[in-house]
Structures are given as C-alpha cells and as structure tokens.
Design a protein around this ligand. Structure first.
Ligand code: 6GU
Length: 253
C-alpha cells in the first residue's frame, strides 16, 4: 500500500503568532487543517533574533521616522522552515502586486507543486531590503490602503487559497461560481435568496420559485453580468461559449 501523501504546508512567519494561530484554527481554514488537507505552521520571527534582547527591528540608516525590520531574523527564520530552496516566499507589503483570485490560483498551484508556501508578515515602516533580496520571491499587497502589519493580509491570502483546495468546500460548485471565478467569467456573483418567500413586502423573484433550472441558470447569469457591468466595469467582460454572446458592456465586433 502506498503511504498517504503529506498535506502541503503553509508557514506564516510573524511577530504576532497568537493572533495568526487563532484565525487559522477557525472556520474553513481550521476545518481544512483538522481534515489533513493542509498543514499550518506559525513561526515567531523573534525566536530568530540574534542578540540577547531578541531585537527584530531598528531605526533606518540615513534617518527617517519609523522602525525597520532587520534582515537576519527574517532570513534565518525562512531558512529554518524552508524545505525546498525553490519554495515561494511571500512578503506582505503595501508595495507588492495586488492580490486577486488569479493570484490565489497561482499560489495554490505553487503550494501543491512544491508542497510548501511561506508567508512573511511585514511590519513597522518596512523590511530591510536585504531580506527581500536573500529570501523573498514575491511581494503581495491586498489593496491600496495601509494596515498596521502584514498579519491580516497574510491571513486573507491563506484563507483565499485554502478554500480553493479541492475537497475543502463540500460543494465544489460553491467555489467555482463565487465572484471572480471562471464560472462567473471573472465577474461578480448574482443576488441570492432563502426563506421566507416574502419579507416586509419584498418577494423572492418568481423565476427562482419556478423549478425551471435552465431559466434559473440563465437569470442568474444575466443578473451576475448586470451587476458586474454596473458595479465593476473594470472587470474584463467575457464571451460565454455556451451562448456565443458577449457580456453586456463589451463592444461587439
Ligand atoms: Cl500586505 N501590508 C500592510 N501593512 N498594509 C497593507 C497591505 C499589506 N496590503 C494592503 N495594505
């Protein structure tokens, strides 16, 4: 009998391990780990400080406000956990590429190919450039606003990846037709309803109660396309091969 395949490992290097650990034990990521679909490791960067005061940051050479994370603790923490020198090592930073669902699948692919993915949570004013040069392979931001530290961004990235691991969501469809996914043409999801059928004078659209699944599917696709056009005209319109039509908003040639 073949031995079971080891679950791929996501390792987060942080100055706030308790905060990160708590989130990873919760909800879908927690369940995925308990089911053995992924392994999480949380590493305290401070454990890799090289002086007796466990210093991990200092003032910037050349002056300026704010502390800079030192290179040695980060480099040594990464080297202590990294099994494959080709592993993807992400640094969370507002200067990184903007995270999205396409990057999610790219990072999931890295995780599955290499068996590991490492995230370093940036903090303070920044990270010594030499840590980036020596161990970081990719810098990622979750949007154009400034957060106190890279822990929340790292957790956002991990959550997005883990829910796309096959078998983590019980109903695969629910991952495939979420907003930004291929089934949605990279666009937004439609509106959804559950019981009661009428609430404060607002009725559920008749089509959803019709039992006609072809009609329901078409209505949902139309609503999703309409929302995308109205709310996010920047999201690329697509051609639906099943219908041979372009989504509204796209120039027809
Ligand atoms: Cl990755 N880090 C910080 N500190 N702030 C952010 C961010 C990352 N992404 C958006 N804002």
């Amino acid at each position: 009998m073949s031995s079971p395949v080891e679950a791929p490992t996501i390792t987060i290097l942080t100055l706030f391990p308790d905060m990160v650990q708590a989130v990873l034990e919760t909800s879908i990521p927690g369940r995925a780990a308990r089911q053995g679909q992924v392994k999480f490791a949380v590493v305290d960067i401070r454990d890799f400080a090289v002086d007796k005061h466990r210093t991990v940051d200092d003032t910037a050479y050349g002056g300026g406000a704010g502390m800079i994370m030192m290179a040695p603790p980060i480099v040594e923490a990464v080297e202590s956990v990294r099994r494959d020198p080709e592993a993807t090592v992400i640094l969370t930073t507002p200067q990184g590429e903007t995270f999205d669902e396409v990057m999610t699948l790219d990072l999931l692919n890295d995780l599955q190919l290499k068996g590991e993915l490492i995230l370093v949570c940036g903090h303070y004013k920044g990270v010594d450039e030499r840590a980036r040069e020596l161990v970081v392979t990719r810098e990622v931001s979750i949007g154009d606003y400034v957060l106190t530290g890279g822990e929340l961004p790292a957790l956002v990235i991990v959550d997005a990846i883990v829910r796309r691991i096959e078998g983590v969501l019980h109903n695969e469809d629910s991952a495939n037709n979420d907003s930004f996914t291929t089934d949605r043409g990279g666009g937004l999801d439609c509106q959804w309803y559950t019981k009661p059928p009428a609430y404060r004078g607002l009725a559920v659209p008749d089509v959803l109660l019709s039992g006609n699944h072809a009609r329901i599917d078409r209505w949902r696709r139309e609503q999703a396309d309409q929302r995308t056009t109205e709310r996010r005209p920047d999201l690329a319109p697509v051609t639906d091969p099943a219908e041979g039509e372009t989504r509204s908003g796209e120039d027809e040639i």
